[in-house]
Write a protein that binds this ligand. Structure first.
Ligand code: ADE
Ligand code: ZN
Length: 319
């Protein structure tokens, strides 16, 4: 029996497996520039975050209808459930769809078709977190928040993702303030490829409650102390870090040092279809490569529920 866990860092578009990509391409008459699933899989050799993002955005062309998004989410939820995930806080990237002429309603209603039955069908409770693409403008983020207003009963929080370096958190101060005023929870990717200063800025300027990745905080001892003191959760993604070369090999991942420092770490899959594993696979990989004992693995699983927005969200919905 896999350990029961919550998954807090998961891009739903990053769960698009090659087989489903080809199925949706055929259904929607979209031509993919790969002969077959094998040829596509061989393209999954990444130099860095940007080389992954190029393929990630390219493949999204197959997602066109509500049913496509429902099928995508259902496939993820079934796989996650099999690996012990009991709760998932799911990122989506509306701008990557809006710019292709796929509306906010198609994306949110489509995902919702799967999410609304998830507890019953998969035993997985879910929340949705809408991410802004940080390599797009602040104005585009604000327009995206406006487009989401009819769907806010289905969206728990906002996040910030895509190419990090050169797009510091402060660029998005206004849209985060507006989201906070709407009662949305706030997270952001920071310290994946970007410097520790981006983590500090995400906390101070955007008011984030959780940091996605946050890996590079380890370069700044005062920041580590602060994250420990303020109990700020970090949503780490070990297999992603290896595939995107944030760390050279898994055996050198700083997770054990981060736990020893007292950081509230969680283990997640990020984009499992691209990085070689779902949540349970990430747990298995860190167990094997880092020699984490049962107690550490249980701590990681416990942290995932502590760091989730579950109770708070129920309070917010009840208001
Ligand atoms: N979008 C999808 N996966 C991402 C990652 N690991 N970092 C930044 N943006 C992303
Ligand atoms: Zn991510």
């Amino acid at each position: 029996m896999p350990l029961p866990k919550a998954e807090l860092h998961l891009h739903i578009e990053g769960t698009l497996e090659p087989e489903l990509a080809f199925e949706l391409a055929a259904r929607n008459g979209v031509e993919l520039p790969y002969a077959d699933t094998e040829a596509l899989r061989t393209a999954y050799r990444f130099e860095d975050l940007q080389s992954f993002l190029d393929l990630y955005y390219e493949l999204m062309a197959v997602l066109r209808t509500e049913q496509d998004f429902a099928d995508l989410a259902n496939a993820y939820l079934a796989r996650a459930a099999a690996q012990g995930v009991r709760h998932a806080e799911i990122f989506f990237d509306p701008q990557a769809h809006l710019t292709r002429g796929v509306g906010m309603g198609t994306v949110v209603e489509g995902l919702w078709r799967a999410l609304e039955h998830s507890e019953r069908e998969h035993g997985v409770s879910t929340l949705l977190i809408m991410c802004f693409l940080r390599d797009e403008s602040a104005e585009s983020a604000t327009a995206t928040l406006d487009a989401a207003k009819p769907y806010l009963d289905r969206i728990t929080g906002i996040g910030l993702d895509s190419a990090e370096v050169g797009h510091p958190p402060a660029k998005f101060r206004e849209v985060y303030e507006a989201a906070a005023a709407l009662g949305l929870r706030r997270v952001a990717h920071a310290g994946e490829e970007g410097p520790p200063e981006y983590v500090t800025e995400a906390l101070d300027v955007l008011g984030v409650e959780r940091v996605d990745h946050g890996l590079r905080c380890m370069e700044d001892p005062a920041l580590v102390q602060r994250l420990v003191r303020e109990r700020i959760p970090l949503t780490l993604c070990p297999l992603s870090n290896v595939r995107l070369r944030a760390v050279d090999v898994l055996a050198e991942h700083p997770l054990p040092a981060m736990l020893d420092a007292g950081l509230l770490c969680t283990v997640n899959s990020d984009d499992p279809a691209y990085f070689g594993g779902y949540a349970g696979d990430n747990f298995d990989a860190v167990r094997a490569a880092l020699g984490l004992g049962e107690e550490r693995l249980r701590e990681l699983a416990r942290n995932s529920f502590v760091a989730s927005f579950l109770e708070h969200d129920e309070e917010r919905r009840a208001r």
